[in-house]
Write a protein that binds this ligand. Structure first.
Ligand code: NAD
Length: 438
């Protein structure tokens, strides 16, 4: 199969590289010249474990190439995937579809012969209809079908998720398009990955429903964590006790600073807007988004409380900036709200993240001091806060940390340490939802 991937970011590059690894001929297109030239030199513009190997080997085998020119490859393609960003639109939170529609117009001008256009970007219900309308209007002669094939990969485990997905959702009523999609994904369903064939609108909504449900699970356990703190219970044990029930499942029941990242915040907002526009408001998701938003700043107040009620004039070491470990992605990371709240309270911030510092510099307030490692970060600090649970923060030499700090205060927003172990070293220790009997 000849595949074009329009947009070579976290999703487009991973999907394109994995499709090439299945044996397809893939051209990844991006409008960012700098990204494309880096990829051509064999440099990977994002941090994603395993990605550089798979990109390099497939490029060397001639199955994967990169270009800014969309028209040439699209003309010869069996399928064109749209994997551009769909960020929150300023003002109302709906998905900004301008990149999707711009890509659609470019694709429309270039298609030759029967072509399947696939929205892999997360797009609100009805976007496929609009993509189809645009192409039909610009190219009444074109032979094409528009399919929704949402992506469920997680950053940090993207290759594994793409190659061993829990399911592949293909939304189309067009039999020819379904056959093309089956050919593209054949290596996966030979591996027993279930393919769920649905209508296009159903596929589009499935992605939002899945993300909103996961965001709800996280927010639910975060509220239980707050209650645990008040009543002296341990949220990790509560979560374990809940999660062992197969109807609930243990995943996404880790209390922490609130969800962030490039998907859950924007996708919950877009679903809320879609539901409101259709006169069926999603009150649960509205509450989840509001509770999560409050929570991130509340984590700043937790640090202030651990510092005795004020951080004015104090130095706080922030360990971990990305929204989760094993990525460099800073989009909507909880660290942004935590750092901002602490700076608002008069603190000076030192920060360290293994992969996210370049992106962090673009989004965190000016004045943050970026450090080379965790120990340099805590040097001279009045408190240290673990915001992202990178493995290297799970096994810190606590004696060395304590010796470097002005005051031994550790706020563990990911519950990576055992309270008694840290307190035995002489730290003041605060965590999330592990009350007195923790
Ligand atoms: P991204 O910002 O990393 O990548 C998007 C890329 O598209 C950018 O490199 C941009 O330059 C390029 N682009 C924009 N317009 C273009 C055009 N007209 N032609 C060519 N290239 C163009 O975004 P991402 O994280 O890969 O997300 C893409 C989509 O996938 C979003 O809808 C997102 O919600 C969805 N998604 C993301 C994840 C994730 O974990 N990141 C997971 C599942 C789904």
């Amino acid at each position: 199969m000849k595949i074009v991937m329009v947009g070579s970011g976290y999703v487009g590059l991973v999907s394109g590289a994995c499709f090439a690894d299945f044996g397809h001929e893939v051209v990844c297109v991006d409008k960012l010249e700098s990204k494309v030239s880096a990829l051509k030199r064999g440099e990977i513009p994002i941090f994603e474990p395993g990605l550089s190997e798979i990109v390099r080997s497939n490029a060397a085998a001639g199955r994967l190439s990169f270009t800014t020119d969309l028209a040439g490859p699209v003309a010869g393609a069996d399928a064109v995937f749209i994997a551009v960003g769909t960020p929150s639109r300023r003002g109302d939170g709906f998905a900004d579809l301008s990149y999707v529609y711009a890509a659609t117009r470019e694709i429309a001008g270039a298609i030759r012969g029967y072509t399947v256009i696939v929205t892999k970007s997360t797009v609100p219900v009805g976007t496929g209809d609009e993509v189809e309308r645009i192409i039909r209007e610009l190219r009444p002669d074109a032979d094409f079908a528009v399919v929704s094939n949402p992506e469920f990969l997680r950053e940090g485990a993207a290759i594994e998720d793409f190659k061993r997905p829990d399911r592949i959702v293909v939304g189309t009523d067009d039999e020819r398009a379904r056959a093309v999609m089956a050919d593209i994904y054949r290596p996966l369903y030979l591996n027993n990955a279930p393919i769920l064939n649905t209508g296009r609108r159903t596929a589009e909504l499935t992605k939002y429903a899945a993300n909103a449900f996961l965001a709800t699970k996280i927010t639910f356990i975060n509220e239980i964590a707050d209650l645990c703190e008040q009543v002296g219970a341990n949220v990790q044990d509560v979560a374990r006790g809940m999660g062992l029930d197969n109807r609930i499942g243990g995943k996404f029941l880790h209390a922490g600073p609130g969800y962030g990242g490039s998907c859950f915040p924007k996708d919950t907002l877009a679903l809320i807007k879609t539901a409101q526009d259709h006169g069926t408001p999603s009150r649960i998701v509205e509450t989840v988004a509001a509770v999560n938003e409050q929570r991130k700043r509340a984590m700043g107040r937790k640090v202030v409380a651990a510092c005795g009620g004020s951080v004015r004039g104090k130095t706080i070491a922030v360990l971990g900036l990305t929204f989760k470990p094993n990525t460099d992605d800073m989009r909507d990371a909880p660290s942004i709200a935590v750092v901002t709240a602490l700076m608002d309270g008069g603190a000076t911030i030192r920060a360290y993240d293994p992969e996210g510092m370049e992106q962090a510099k673009a989004v965190l307030p000016a004045g943050v001091t970026y450090c080379r490692d965790a120990y340099e970060c805590v040097a001279g600090a009045d408190a240290a806060v673990i915001v992202t649970e990178w493995n290297i923060f799970r096994a810190l030499d606590l004696d060395r940390v304590k010796a470097a700090m002005v005051a031994p205060v550790l706020v563990d927003l990911r519950n990576v340490y055992r309270a008694e172990q840290v307190r035995a070293k002489g730290f003041t220790y605060a965590d999330v939802g592990r009350g007195l009997d923790a």
